[in-house]
Design a protein around this ligand. Structure first.
Ligand SMILES: [Zn+2]
Length: 304
């Protein structure tokens, strides 16, 4: 038995965010499990393993940004455009509700030399990561940085450090076997201003323990991992919250999208008399509108 006091964090299976501190609040940490939502994304988009890994990593990091938002209707969108064969990859978080889409989620690439999925090549690194925070105000907050690697962990660490002036360590990982997502998750570590160098050194010394995070997560529950990684560093758990894949699209929202096309566009659709079918990029729901439906929408557009 370990002489040190054990924390006995309650075990919980499934996707969730665990937020806490180290060293009497000098360091903020956040661990996210995203296995189920990554599986859901893989199923919805019929994704190949490398694209599943890319989408899972992006959703994991976006969930970290999402749960930091305070207001009820606030959301964050992360848009990755790296010039790779996946095209643009977009994840949206409304607090713990995540969704993702990519121009092409069927990309297949050879494994890297170290046997890992080549997420960096699928996404590419010649481009930008754009973070759009909708705070319910007139103008959203937009932060943009150049991609460094396309592997996303380093890119998000760079985003936090450069755009939010918050030095951060980010580990992201997705473990895939065929069509099955075995584990997906991530860890964010943020030393707050004034954090002593010894503490930062201690974290860097331990970073190899969580660098391959999805592999670690297949061997032990996340609670045990946290206790193990941060033993002796005064780990305090402040909050746990569920995460899930969820798209809030609806016929009503699609109607609003059609109305926003404007009267001329709507009239053209009505004249063509073939109706309109709108699909959601995030959940692949289809919404069909007949010419009669479109006439109703035109009447509504004219009233506004
Ligand atoms: Zn949808």
């Amino acid at each position: 038995m370990d002489a040190e006091k054990t924390l006995h964090i309650e075990r919980h299976e499934g996707d969730e965010m665990i937020r806490g501190t180290l060293m009497d609040g000098q360091v903020r940490i956040m661990m996210c499990e995203t296995t189920q939502m990554t599986q859901r994304a893989a199923d919805i988009h019929h994704a190949t393993p490398v694209c599943t890994a890319a989408m899972g990593r992006l959703m994991t990091a976006t969930s970290m940004l999402g749960v930091m938002m305070k207001g009820e209707n606030e959301s964050v969108t992360v848009n990755i455009k790296g010039g790779g064969p996946m095209g643009t990859v977009v994840a949206v978080a409304n607090h713990g509700d995540l969704k993702v889409c990519a121009d092409d989620a069927r990309v297949e690439l050879p494994l890297r030399e170290d046997g890992k999925l080549n997420v960096g090549a699928a996404i590419g690194k010649d481009g930008y990561m754009t973070v759009i925070k909708d705070l319910g105000l007139r103008e959203p907050y937009i932060g943009q940085i150049e991609l460094v690697s396309g592997e996303l962990g380093i890119d998000f660490a760079n985003y936090f450090t450069v755009s939010e002036q918050q030095p951060s360590l980010v580990a992201l990982g997705v473990r895939v076997a065929g069509d099955a997502v075995l584990k997906a998750g991530g860890l964010l570590i943020q030393p707050l201003p004034g954090c002593p160098d010894e503490v930062i050194d201690q974290i860097e010394l331990r970073s190899p323990m969580f660098s391959d995070i999805s592999r670690e997560m297949t061997f032990a529950p996340k609670e045990e991992l946290l206790e193990d990684w941060f033993r002796g560093m005064d780990l305090q758990i402040l909050e746990r919250a569920p995460l899930r894949y969820h798209c809030a699209c609806s016929r009503y929202r699609m109607e609003k999208a059609l109305i926003s096309l404007g009267r001329r566009e709507l009239q053209t659709l009505i004249d063509e008399d073939t109706g309109a079918e709108l699909g959601c990029h995030f959940c692949h729901s289809q919404f069909a509108f007949s010419t009669e439906d479109l006439k109703d929408l035109l009447a509504r557009a004219s009233r506004d």
